[in-house]
Structure formats: C-alpha cells, structure tokens
Ligand binder design. Structure first.
Ligand code: FAD
Length: 301
C-alpha cells in the first residue's frame, strides 16, 4: 500500500524503521525482530540507506525480503549523498522492478569525515529535488520525507526549516516522518507551525526508545535532538543498571505515545534499531493505558 493510502480517511498506522546490519548474524536478528513487530500490523516497515556506502546495496534486498516473508508493506530510504542522478534513476528502476511501493526521500548527511554536504557533479543538493525527480519520473511511488521538530541542525531557524519542508511537500511528498524527540511539546509546536505554513499531509512523530544513557547521548549528539535534563538525570542515576535504564526509556516512551495518541496523531514511527523488545513493551503498555482509545489506538497484535 502507498503511504498516501496508509494514512487516508484519518486511519492510524504504526511504522517501524530498521537499518541494514553488517553481518549475517545481524541480519538474522533483524528478521526475528521484524517477525515479532509484524504482529502489530504496521502500516509499513522501512529500511534506511547507509550513509557510508557499505550497506547501501542492502536496502532494497532487505525491504523486498521483509515484504515477501512477512506480507507487510515496505518503504525503502534513499539519499543523494555521493550519488549522481543517473545512479539514483538506476536504483529507483531496481526498486520499481521489485515492486517496492514507497520511498523515503532524503538528502542524506555528509559522507564520513566531511563536515558539510556537498552535491556531487550530476547529483542533487536537497531532498525536494529528489521528491521532484520521483514525482516526474517514478510517479508510482508513495513518498515520505524527513521533518525536524527541533529544526534540522543546518537550518538557521525552525521557520526557515519548515519553509524547506513545505518545498518537499509541494514537490509531491505524501507524509512527513519526524526526527526523534523526547519532549512532546517540541512536536506539538512543530506540528502547529507546519499547519500554519499550509502543510496538510500527515506529520508522523518519530520515537526512539532509549536503551541506555550512553546510547542516547551518542545519538542525540549526532542528530541534534535534545535529551530533557530530568530524563538524563534519571538515566544517570541508574548508570550501573542497564535494565533500569531501559525501563526508564520504556516508561518515558510510553508516556510520549499516550500523550501523542490522545492528541490525535495519524501514526507513530518507531526507530527500532533492529530490536523488538522495547517497542513491544511500549505498545503493550499503551494498550493497557488506553484500552478504549478506539480511533487512535495502535492496532492490536
Ligand atoms: C525519518 C528519517 C529517516 C532518515 N533516514 C536516513 C537514511 O536512511 N539514511 C541517511 O543517511 N540519513 C537518514 N536520515 C537523516 C537525514 O539524511 C539527515 O537529517 C540529513 O542531514 C538531511 O536530510 P533531509 O532529507 O532532511 O534534507 P533536506 O530536506 O535537503 O534538508 C537539509 C537542510 O537543507 C535545508 N534545505 C532543504 N531544502 C533546501 C533548499 N531547497 N534550499 C536551501 N536549503 C534547503 C533544510 O532546512 C535543512 O537544514 C533520516 C532522517 C529522518 C528524520
């Protein structure tokens, strides 16, 4: 199913994002996690496109296998990093042949070791150009794009970043999937500003369950998201107990989900990092806490 249909008629959908692992063992763990998560009937499962080059070829293989083994819609991420338009077309032709239905259209980060994104000769500079390429030459794909509740780290202000986001939507994106965040106030403010700017496509909050303080400090430093001080303190107080840190992360994400659902979000996109346990606990908690939230309740397993 295409992203445009997944969220149509105010339908709620969960989605899960995985990444291409580096080893066969990692791949086996990935498919086990996907099997467990599939029981929640997600709208789609997506697989990222490796920034460094080594895992890029795997994205299409993985989304094809997930779809065929677990009968779930998939979305393949694609970035413009170090890639010419000719190479993008070849990759999209491959995705077309495999009957992949959706593309997450991204600019991508600078290649490893580089400070800023530099468009290659014959390549694209921004994600809106990739969306345009898709709409003009591969109109059969559903298209997701990235949004940043705390603004993208290169943007001067949240407002200019939302102008860029609107350009992606006006070029043909069907839905926005946000960067991870830990304070729902950031998401609600972003959502309001997007609506005020004339964006009408679904804006799906992205959540990453925290497994440990070290992990989340590394990730938030990389992507520019804020770790609220009280959450960091709670995690720090449990620093010698990995299970306690994970429990804090699950409790926090559960509260985020309940609040988001009560506020009528169209979906929740989980960055599952190829693991299922924390996400399953969060979704089961939500089901217990919001048993009668019929319209916005995540589908039961
Ligand atoms: C849901 C999600 C999935 C992701 N998946 C991947 C993945 O699979 N692989 C990966 O490598 N990375 C992934 N990323 C990270 C993403 O590639 C980076 O955040 C990257 O730095 C920006 O990509 P973008 O598509 O948002 O770029 P853009 O939309 O191009 O924005 C990048 C910056 O340029 C500005 N801008 C945008 N358009 C214009 C324009 N036309 N003129 C001037 N300025 C402009 C924006 O305000 C922003 O500051 C993902 C992020 C999210 C939120």
């Amino acid at each position: 199913m295409k992203i445009s249909d997944i969220y149509s008629n105010a339908r709620f959908a969960l989605s899960f994002e995985v990444f291409p692992p580096k080893t066969p063992e990692g791949l086996a763990l990935l498919y086990r996690a996907v099997e467990e998560l599939s029981t929640f009937q997600p709208g789609f499962i997506s697989c990222t496109y490796g920034a460094g080059g080594s895992t890029q070829d795997q994205t299409l293989q993985i989304v094809t296998e997930i779809r065929d083994r677990f009968q779930v819609t998939t979305t393949a991420h694609l970035t413009c990093t170090n890639t010419t338009i000719t190479q993008l077309r070849e990759w999209l032709q491959d995705a077309t042949t495999r009957k992949i239905e959706n593309i997450m259209a991204l600019r991508g980060d600078p290649p490893r070791g580089e400070q800023s994104f530099i468009k290659v000769d014959g390549g694209l500079a921004h994600a809106n150009e990739l969306v345009t390429l898709l709409r003009n030459e591969f109109p059969h794909f559903g298209i997701g794009v990235a949004g940043y509740p705390e603004k993208h780290h290169e943007a001067e202000t949240l407002e200019t970043d939302i102008d860029s986001l609107k350009r992606k939507v006006d070029s043909g994106a069907n839905a926005i999937f946000t960067q991870l965040f830990y304070d729902n106030t950031d998401f609600f403010r972003f959502h309001e500003k997007c609506l005020a700017s004339g964006i009408t496509v679904p804006i799906i909050p992205g959540l990453l369950p925290i497994l440990s303080l070290a992990q989340i400090q590394r990730i938030t430093n990389m992507c520019g998201a804020t770790l609220p001080q009280n959450l960091a303190t709670n995690l720090d107080n449990a620093h010698e107990d990995p299970a306690a840190q994970s429990a804090i992360g699950i409790e926090h994400a559960t509260r985020q989900c309940v609040d988001l659902l009560k506020n009528g979000v169209s979906g929740i996109h989980f960055y599952v990092l190829n693991k299922s346990e924390a996400t399953i606990k969060i979704l089961n908690n939500v089901r217990t806490l919001l048993p009668s939230h019929s319209n916005n309740h995540p589908p039961s397993s």
